[in-house]
Structures are given as C-alpha cells and as structure tokens.
Design a protein around this ligand. Sequence first.
Ligand SMILES: Cc1ncc(COP(=O)(O)O)c(C=O)c1O
Length: 341
Amino acid sequence: MPPYQQGRPAPQGGFKLSSNENPFPPLPAVVEAVQREAERVNRYPRPGAPELRSALAAELGVDAARILIGDGSATLIQQLIHAVAGPGDEVVYAWRSFDAYPLFVRTGGATPVEVPVDAEHRHDLDAMAAAITPRTRAVIVCTPNNPTGTIVGEEELDAFIARVPKDVLILLDEAYIEFVREPTGNGIELQRQHENLVVLRTFSKAHGLAGLRVGYAVGDPAVLRGADLCGVPLSQTALASAAAIAALEHVGETFARIEVLADRRDALWQRLVDAGVPVPRPHGNFFWVPSRPGQEEHVHDILEANRIVAKVFPDGSRISVGEPEADDHILAAAVAIQALQ
Ligand SMILES: Cc1ncc(COP(=O)(O)O)c(C=O)c1O
C-alpha cells in the first residue's frame, strides 16, 4: 500500500504550497490560549473535549451530543470508515479526491470503489450512485474537492442523497467549506434531515490550526458513538481544544482573513485562465493545474525553478494559495506546466 504523501517542505527562500495550509500566522488570542494551557500539560485532557463541543454546539446551533471532536478531521474520517466498513465491504468516493481515503478504506480491510471525476473535475454523482451495491457501507462526498477544487451544488447533493440507501453512511467532507463563495448546500442543515449523513470539518485550513490537529464531525449520536469507539481515547490535546475555542471566539478575524485569501484566489485564477491554463474554478484555498502521466519529473523541475513546492500527482498538481509574493511564481509555474502538454 503506498504511504500518504505529505506535502514537501519549502526550498530555501521558497514557498511551501503543498499542504493547503493557511499562510497567516495564528491569531494572538490563539497563541495566548495555547500558552495558558501549556501550564497544565502534566495532566491528561478531558475526554471528548467537552468545552470545545459546547462552544461548537453554540456556534453551529446543534446539540453537543451530535458533535465528535477528533485530532484532525482526517482521523475522524478514518474512525467513521473503520466503524462501518471491513473485509468484504466497499466504500465509494470520487477519484481523484483526498488521497487519504484509499488508505483509510484499505487499513479497515474494506475495498475502495473509486469513481472518476467528470471532464470538469467534478464529482460524477450519477456514476457514484450507480456504483453503490449491497456491499457498499459508506460513500464520501468531498466539497470543495481536494485536489480539484470543485464543489457539489445543493440540488445535485440533495438528489444524490435521495439515491443513497438509508443504511449506507454518507460522509460529507467539508474541510474547505469556509472558502466557498458560491451559494452551496448547508451540510449541518442536511445532517438534521438525514441520520445516515455525517459532516466533517476542520480547524486546520480556514482557522489556521493545522499544527495542532483538531477537527470535528456532526452527525447522529449513535453513528458518532461507533466512530468514537474506533479512536484512541484522549487523543485530542487540551492545547488543541483551547486554541479551537479561542479561534471560535475570534471567528470574525478569521473570516476577514478568509476574504483576503478568497479574493487573492479568485484574482489569481482569472490570471491563470487568461494565460490559457485550464484550471477548474477553485472553491477551496488551492488550484488544480492539470498535467499528463509521465510528466511528474518535469513538473517538479518547473516548480523548483519557480521556488515553490506543490503536491504533484500523475494527472496534475495541487498548488495552495500562499503568501502574496508567491502568486507570480504560481502563475509562471502553471504556464510552464501547461506548455508541457
Ligand atoms: C479534503 C480533506 N479532508 C480532510 C482533511 C484533513 O484535515 P485535518 O486532519 O488536518 O483536519 C484534509 C487535509 O488536507 C483534506 O484536504
């Protein structure tokens, strides 16, 4: 099984655009909260991070019993898959999508069913619904999709959910939802209507807490209990919970930063399109620059020459929105990658 490829570190004087991190430093209130909590690290954290669950419950308008905290949303996705799918079972998801999914499915002993995205790099929901068999235990919808940046519209998501059997778990991975500007479905609202749906969100991206590892799931309490049993007790640190609570208390500052990043994303996307690079419209904090299998080494060379690191796949590269100074480097690299075609 190929290991998960973590984004490479930045070259000297270059830009790390390989992990969809937030280029802004943590908010001062977050740093203070972590420092305060650091005084108590001789103690284990409280199980289940109840203070963070209460803060999220108030923020989202849901009962705290419908929230499960994890050390990153990736961990929660793994727990949910392991809770429902084992040997002989199948998990359906779009491909290409988040490259941790196949790992989580296979380590649970289940079989991944990868449904190619369409020509516009979007989930092919008809094909995904058709891929559901009596062996299917879970389907994953990633919106915005990592790494292609496309979203699933509200109506098409509703229609898809209606086609999924009620005993199949739907994981709605909204790791980048805060960056979306288009009107789109509200996963939390959908969750209220469908007890087989779980929404996954994270503090790693928009909130800029990637280094602390904290994410959450919103779902039916019985489903979340199953996922909780598949996790390691006490794996969410009190430092992470304190930081996430501080982030929620200052969410206005975070949203102002998101606006800045989304403005820069949209402006740079326009420049990419004007330069003839066929980048699908990005809705997260990253761009998808298509390339062809066999070109990976050339792509790496181009990225290196432009002093950026990005995540390179056989069919394209995912380049994160980073510091403003990186924008011209991204444009130049994407144009050179396109010229390889
Ligand atoms: C689509 C998607 N889901 C989930 C995650 C997991 O994020 P974390 O475990 O940092 O919360 C990521 C991280 O890159 C992602 O891209």
